[in-house]
Design a protein around this ligand. Sequence first.
Ligand code: GLN
Length: 280
Amino acid sequence: MKKLWKIAALVLSLVLVVGCFAACGSSDDVDEPDAGAEATSEAGTTEAAESDRLADGVLTVGTNATFPPFEYLGDDGTPDGFDIALIKLIGEKIGVEVEVVDMEFDSLCASVGNRIDVAIAGMTVDPEREKTVDFSDNYYKAIQNVLVAADNTEITDMSSLAGKTIGVQLGTTGDKVATEAVENAEVKQYTSYSLAVEDLKNGNVDAVIIDQTPGEIFAGQNTEELKLLGAENFDFEDEYYAIACPEGDTALVARINAALSEIQSSGEFDMLVDEYIGNN
Ligand code: GLN
C-alpha cells in the first residue's frame, strides 16, 4: 500500500514538473508575440497620436506653477510666467489653443502623451527623463545654486554641505544632486520649492538646492532671512531647459522646434526674457 502511494506521489510530482515546464514554455511562447503585438500597437498609437494629438486644435500643456519666474500662479489664480508665455506663443505659431494644466512636477513626465500633450516647467534635459519623453530644442541655460539662512557662515562649498539637511523639490535635478552628489545629506523632498523654502526659513532644513533663477527670486523675496550661494564653489553642472514631448512624436517636436526657432530669431524670445526674467 505504502509503495502504491509512493508511486502515486512520484507520478503526481512528475506531472507537476512536466506541467510547469509546459506552462513556462507556453508562457514564453505567448510572451514573444505579446511583446511584438505591444510594440506594433505602441508604434501604431504613436503614429495615430501624432496625427490626432493636435487635431482638436488644442495643445494641452502640463506645468507646476511653483517655480517663479518660469511658472507661478498669477493674480487671477491661473498659471503665468516665462514658460507659460513661451508655450502660448508657440501655440500661436503652430495655430492651436494652449490649455495649461497645473500638476505636481514629479508626475509631469509620466503624464506627457496621455493626460497632457507636452510639459513645460523649467524642466532640465536629463538622460533619465529621456527614457520616457523626447525633448524639444533647449531654450534656457541653468545651474543649481544653494539657498541658506542669511546668517549661515558654515555652508560655503560642496564639502560643507556634507551631512546637512537639504530641502529640494521632489523629482528635480536639485533632488538628484542633493541625493547623489552631497555626502551623507539628509534630503527632504517637498512637492514644491515654495514649501522647501518655507522650511528653510523655519530652520527645519540647512539649505535648499534649487535652480539659480528661481533661487534668486526666493532670495529676493526674503532678503532678511535668506541668501543665495552661487554655483562657483559647488560641483554643479550646466543644465538646459526644454519642452518634454511624447516619445516618438517627431512631428510634434519638429513643429515646436520650428516655432521656438522663429520666436528666437524674431526677437520675441528676448522680449519674454526681459518681461519675466529681467537681468537674471
Ligand atoms: N530644472 C529642475 C528640473 O528639471 C527644476 C524644475 C522645477 O522645479 N520646476 O528638475
